[in-house]
Design a binder for this molecule. Structure first.
Ligand code: HEC
Ligand code: HEC
Length: 335
């Protein structure tokens, strides 16, 4: 089966790439998260403002932070997101935390990187429901923004390329280092309790690491949801096949990161699992054909909770006010 080849590949990778290396931590299938390095602070500051600015939406009410709330693990903590005109979205909002580590963006990977992703929601009729042209008109009319674009890019001309570049630069800072698990990886053997360590051992020995590995504990491959047993999803999404058109990719989704997973409930692409207990049970049965006892499940959950790292820590951005000439929002629309 595909899975055993995968596990083998991971094991081989472990022994060849990392095996003889000096660092003990590198023998593990999970690596610590590195802190963000900011090279252009003006760009990151601008991106932060844009991330929090609801004027990038038609209603003037929805910002990136509405659905990827940085006070709540970079998610909205609801089953599927609510967008323009109170529309119910088709799919669960993944976290933006550590999203720079993803192989591609979205559950089906249809955006290559954060910059390519950031233009999507602004113009998505079910999310921010604006157009790029209208969003640019709004920003260009706001003197405070024009000055910030000048500072970040050396030019007062606002365009969507700069907007998405700035948002992506901000998102790249949203990494969460220093989790207790990372402290343990780096040699602090007291950082984890006995139960948490047993949970990690179960996570490794049961085969979870075949898909959830690397610094993000996921995010680096597309895998079938329902390897051993089919998954009955409450969302019509079919995953990777939407991008590749290949039947083999039907129901393949990007493996979500498990970093900060304690905060990013509900779980799965359809948001159907409310608790980690439920998600671990489903993963065990559907991906590995393994039914965990309550005690084993609790240990794995205890381990997963050690993956919560330092959350983004910054001063709340104060957005430059609209000018008299700034186009005004349309909060309500008759259907
Ligand atoms: C109305 C809610 C909503 C808004 C507003 C929104 N998003 Fe999202 N976001 C989602 C949903 C839902 C997905 C998953 C869609 C999919 O995979 O098909 C997503 C996916 C993403 C991803 C991919 C993460 C991953 O792991 O694949 C990133 C990054 C992201 N959004 C950033 C942003 C940014 C930046 C903005 C603002 C410009 C934004 N989002 C606005 C709901 C929203
Ligand atoms: C064959 C690959 C594979 C294996 C093995 C696997 N997973 Fe997953 N995991 C996935 C995929 C793919 C998803 C997303 C599925 C979806 O949303 O439809 C996922 C989702 C999850 C989620 C929900 C995360 C979120 O944010 O929605 C958790 C928690 C999880 N896995 C834990 C585990 C645990 C614990 C194990 C071992 C018992 C495990 N996984 C084994 C591929 C795998």
């Amino acid at each position: 089966m595909k899975l055993s080849t995968l596990s083998l590949a991971i094991t081989l990778l472990g022994s060849t790439l990392f095996g003889s290396a000096a660092m003990a931590a590198s023998k593990e299938p999970i690596q610590p998260i590195a802190a963000a390095k900011v090279t252009n602070p003006a760009l990151v500051e601008l991106g932060k403002k844009l991330y929090f600015d609801p004027r990038l939406s038609k209603s003037g009410f929805i910002s990136c932070n509405s659905c990827h709330n940085l006070s709540m693990g970079g998610t909205d903590n609801i089953k599927t997101s609510i967008g323009h005109n109170w529309q119910e979205g088709p799919i669960n909002a993944p976290t933006v935390l550590n999203s720079s580590l993803n192989v591609a963006q979205f559950w089906d990977g249809r955006a290559a990187d954060l910059k390519a992703q950031a233009g999507g929601p602004i113009a998505n009729p079910g999310e921010m429901a604006f157009t790029h042209t209208l969003a640019i008109n709004v920003l260009q009319s706001i003197p405070g923004y024009v000055a910030e674009f000048k500072k970040a890019f050396g030019s007062e001309v606002v365009d969507i390329d700069k907007v998405t570049k700035a948002i992506a630069a901000f998102e790249e800072t949203l990494v969460t280092p220093n989790s207790r698990f990372d402290k343990w990886l780096k040699g602090d053997k007291k950082a984890l309790s006995k139960a948490e360590l047993e949970g990690y051992k179960l996570f490794k020995d049961s085969g979870c690491v075949a898909c959830h590995n690397g610094p993000a504990v996921g995010g680096n491959s597309f895998q079938k949801m329902g390897v051993v047993e089919p998954y009955k999803a409450s969302s019509p999404a079919e995953g990777r096949v939407a991008v590749t058109g290949k039947d083999a990719d039907r129901f393949n989704f990007k493996v979500p990161t498990l970093r900060n997973v304690e905060m990013t409930y509900p779980y799965f692409h359809d948001g159907a699992a409310n608790t980690l207990k439920e998600a671990v049970d489903v993963m065990g049965r559907l991906q590995l054909g393994k039914k965990f006892t309550d005690e084993e499940n609790a240990k794995i959950v205890a381990f997963l909770k050690t993956l919560t790292g330092d959350q983004p820590n910054f001063k709340m951005p104060i957005l430059p006010p609209s000018a008299d000439a700034t186009p005004r929002p349309t909060p309500f629309e008759k259907k």
